[in-house]
Design a protein around this ligand. Structure first.
Ligand code: CA
Length: 517
């Protein structure tokens, strides 16, 4: 057996505990194994009645994040931008006026920190908006001082590329070179024409970016950054340059804030993702997300466990210092319930799987009340339902929702009083994870005995605690042998029964059984 996570334990400098009043203590294992809640402020809580969510609305709802059991918040972009999603920035040192002011944001930081909630903001540096002053200058002429902030090429030198169609996982875009509408030069924009890529071969651009990082860390006081589109800083054929840039970025940011948290979006397979670890110590695990859904489609329980073991082994070959940012869904994926045939039992079990596996799980706002949503993107980012519509003062109205409405999603206020609600389910399984070190910090060992195909079974071990975890990913009842000495049922979802050396798992049941020596 290999104790994969031993290295990670040594990096845990602070573990904050508090009594939950009911036996085991709830612990805060962020960033290595704690939980981060992703918020799209636009859709979260509107405090001033203009229909758009805002920072003061988030302040009002910090207790919701706390009650759920999350340790940190990742905010999707908060800087000025012409688009509703704000992934095309026009000013890197300000707050979007729809969301509030810099003072509001600093107050949010204070309030969050008082509640022991860390704040991570989206940092979009691969590209800017075409409306950013740098691009407005850059496009003026070839000898403008900002020309080289972006990537320009003469039309006839890139003729072969102009209409080349590129299919990538993370972009609906099909062409990367764009005509500004005059002259003979085209500019490069990986995602679309409204997002021209910055030129990171230009040292002045790199210094601008480091200065922006300094500003948010030193003058504002955020805890870290989520780095958008991290593999596109340089083109696809220059991966080593990408890796080197992020290493430089990390060094520069760590010099300012030694405990800075950096999580990168490298939307790809583990082989492409892992080499970024030296620069981006936390990386989103897209394999986890897709394999979770595939496991249900194929009713193949060990698919995800095997995949996850492979990812962790692969990462360890690169570095021992990493954070595996697992997630059930995010703002770019259909809502998890939609990906799981809108089956409530599958959703509840999927979150059981996320919370019983290694990693530092991310939860997308609204998943905890079973919100629905599908492409186009706006509709996986619909308004949060705090209460029934007539009573919901904070519900945002910037978009007309088509998936998450009172008829399809039970609002939070109602769910709080229902023992079987999604919200209470999320709270319970998160608390289980946060109060059992084997689940939060333990290594992953696969169950090697005979298993019915729909069953996922594995062990999590940490110092004095060993647990056996089993999930039945089908709607048929199954039985399996429980390994010797595992007798203490500490979690039972779906009315499983321990019968001597066997456990009976009804449809979509999950169990966590602790070892007793
Ligand atoms: Ca508002």
């Amino acid at each position: 057996m290999r104790n994969h996570f031993i290295f990670i334990f040594t990096l845990l400098t602070i573990t904050v505990s508090c009594s939950d009043g009911g036996g085991k203590e709830v612990e805060n294992h962020w960033p290595y194994a704690g939980i981060t809640y992703e918020i799209f402020i636009q859709s979260f809580y509107d405090s001033d009645g203009d229909g758009i969510g805002d920072i003061n609305g988030v302040i009002k709802k910090l207790d919701h994040v706390k009650e759920l059991g999350a340790n940190a918040i990742w905010f999707m972009p908060i800087m000025p931008s012409p688009s509703y999603h704000k992934y095309d920035v026009t000013d890197y040192k300000a707050i979007h006026p729809d969301y509030g002011t810099m003072d509001d944001f600093k107050k949010l930081l204070d309030e969050a920190h008082k509640k022991d909630i860390k704040i991570v903001i989206d940092m979009i540096i691969n590209h800017t908006s075409t409306e950013h002053p740098w691009f407005q200058e850059s496009k003026k002429s070839r000898d403008n001082p900002f020309r080289d902030y972006y990537v320009w090429a003469q039309k006839d030198t890139i003729a072969d590329y102009i209409n080349k169609k590129t299919i990538t996982l993370d972009s609906d875009n099909i062409r990367q070179w764009h005509d500004p509408g005059f002259g003979t030069d085209y500019y490069y924009g990986f995602f679309y024409g409204g997002m021209p890529d910055l030129n990171f071969d230009n040292p002045k651009v790199r210094e601008e970016i480091f200065e922006i990082g300094r500003f948010w860390l030193e003058e504002v006081g955020v805890d870290g950054f989520r780095l958008d589109a991290a593999k596109h800083i340089f083109p696809d054929d220059r991966p080593e340059d990408n890796h080197a840039f992020w290493k430089e970025f990390r060094d520069r940011m760590t010099a300012i804030k030694p405990d800075i948290y950096l999580v990168g979006e490298v939307y790809d397979r583990k082989e492409i993702v892992a080499p970024y670890l030296p620069g981006l110590p936390a990386l989103f695990n897209f394999d986890f997300h897709y394999t979770l859904i595939e496991s249900y489609q194929k009713e193949d329980g060990m698919l995800l466990a095997n995949k996850q073991k492979g990812v962790l082994d692969f990462y360890l070959d690169i570095t021992k210092d990493f954070i595996d940012a697992t997630f059930s869904s995010n703002h770019d994926q259909p809502r998890l319930l939609n990906s799981l045939d809108e089956n409530p039992r599958k959703l509840k079990q999927a979150i059981n799987i996320l919370m019983t596996m290694p990693g530092a799980p991310y939860l997308y706002y609204g998943e905890e009340i079973g919100m629905l949503g599908n492409k186009p993107d706006e509709h996986i980012r619909e308004p949060f339902l705090w209460d029934i519509k007539a009573n919901d003062k904070g519900r945002t109205k910037w978009i007309e929702p088509i998936y998450s409405i009172d008829e399809t999603v039970t609002p939070l206020a109602i769910q709080k009083s229902m023992s079987t609600s999604y919200f209470n389910h999320y709270k319970e399984i998160i608390k289980l994870r946060n109060s059992n070190r084997a689940l939060a910090l333990g290594n992953l060992e696969l169950y090697e005995g005979e298993l019915p195909k729909p069953v996922m079974a594995f062990f999590r071990m940490h110092k004095n605690q060993d647990v056996f975890v089993a999930h039945n990913l089908s709607d048929l009842e199954v039985r399996l042998e429980v390994p010797e000495d595992y007798q203490h049922l500490i979690y039972n979802y779906g009315m499983a029964e321990l019968e001597g050396k066997q456990v009976k798992l009804p449809a979509y049941a999950s169990v966590v059984i602790e070892r007793e020596d």
